[in-house]
Design a binder for this molecule. Structure first.
Ligand code: HEM
Ligand code: HEM
Length: 229
């Protein structure tokens, strides 16, 4: 079972390159999208391109969830039945390391991807109140996400951030677990196709999708709502 570990005995392969690249690019574009969101921001020109790039990344991740490496696959990490035991363990002070996402983390992943998709779709629709609200819900979940990553790193004594960089977790924390199966041979061309198709669609919907321009231009629907309730 564990012969695949011989190359690097102290650690096992968990995240493929696609997941890692996706994650850190996503962190960058979402950060840029937030920092540029105010019309007064010096970065405002980049808000819409950053948002569309986030859409391209989500398209990549959706395809990767079917053809990527073992722990990237949705069917492998979505395990709602495991959440109860996982939470009970945490409450009892026991935290088990997981090769991929833990059952609760998997829920957070879906929440992050869902809120991102909601933010992007409402942004494309014109960026009015709903857009900002969902974006702030996303920001709140990101804060929970980062706190959970730090907490689980301490509890399981393995640095999950480093794992998202190197793709490997400590083998001694995961007895009996072997290296993750790699992506399908056709994964890369399929993902590239999804990326190209989404970028093409983006420019069909909004010819300025990837061209720096201010968010106000052409998107004035000021009489929408009054803020008091
Ligand atoms: C990761 C994705 C995104 C995030 C986190 C995000 C976040 C935000 C936030 C927080 C605001 C409110 C700014 C304020 O305080 O006034 C905003 C405004 C806006 N966003 Fe986004 N956004 C994203 C994607 C997009 C996309 C894809 C588009 C369009 C294609 C877009 C178009 C706009 C527009 C037009 C506004 C201004 C709305 C207004 O002035 O009422 N956003 N965005
Ligand atoms: C804009 C901010 C962020 C977003 C939208 C985000 C989103 C995500 C998503 C969607 C995943 C699932 C990965 C996948 O299977 O594709 C993930 C995992 C992960 N993220 Fe983030 N993330 C953000 C910021 C961060 C930051 C700042 C850190 C580091 C402190 C971080 C550390 C991690 C780690 C370690 C995992 C893997 C967790 C595990 O082992 O199960 N993330 N993140």
């Amino acid at each position: 079972m564990s012969t695949a570990n011989l190359s690097q005995p102290g650690s096992i392969k968990v995240w493929d390159g696609g997941v890692r690249l996706f994650h850190w690019l996503l962190v960058i574009v979402v950060a840029v999208a937030f920092l540029s969101s105010e019309e007064e921001s010096a970065l405002n020109l980049w808000h819409i391109p950053a948002g569309w790039l986030a859409a391209v990344l989500i398209a990549f991740r959706l395809v990767w969830g079917f053809v990527g490496g073992e722990h990237a696959r949705f069917w492998n990490f979505i395990r709602p039945a495991g959440i109860g035991a996982h939470v009970a363990g945490l409450l009892a002070g026991r935290a088990h390391a997981s090769a991929g996402h833990n059952p609760l983390g998997a829920l957070a992943v879906l929440g992050l991807l869902g809120l991102l998709a909601g933010t992007i779709l409402t942004g494309i629709a014109g960026g009015e109140d709903g857009h900002e609200t969902i974006a702030y819900a996303l920001l709140a979940l990101v804060a929970v996400h980062v706190a959970a990553v730090v907490a689980m790193s301490l509890l399981t004594r393995d640095n999950l951030v480093r794992a998202m960089v190197t793709g490997r977790k400590r083998a001694d924390r995961l007895p009996g677990v072997r290296d993750a199966r790699p992506p399908l041979p056709l994964a890369l061309p399929l993902a590239a196709l999804a990326v190209a198709a989404t970028a093409y669609l983006a420019v069909r919907i909004d010819p300025l999708a990837f061209t720096p321009h201010a968010t106000e231009s052409g998107e004035h629907e000021s009489e929408a709502w009054e803020d008091d309730d």
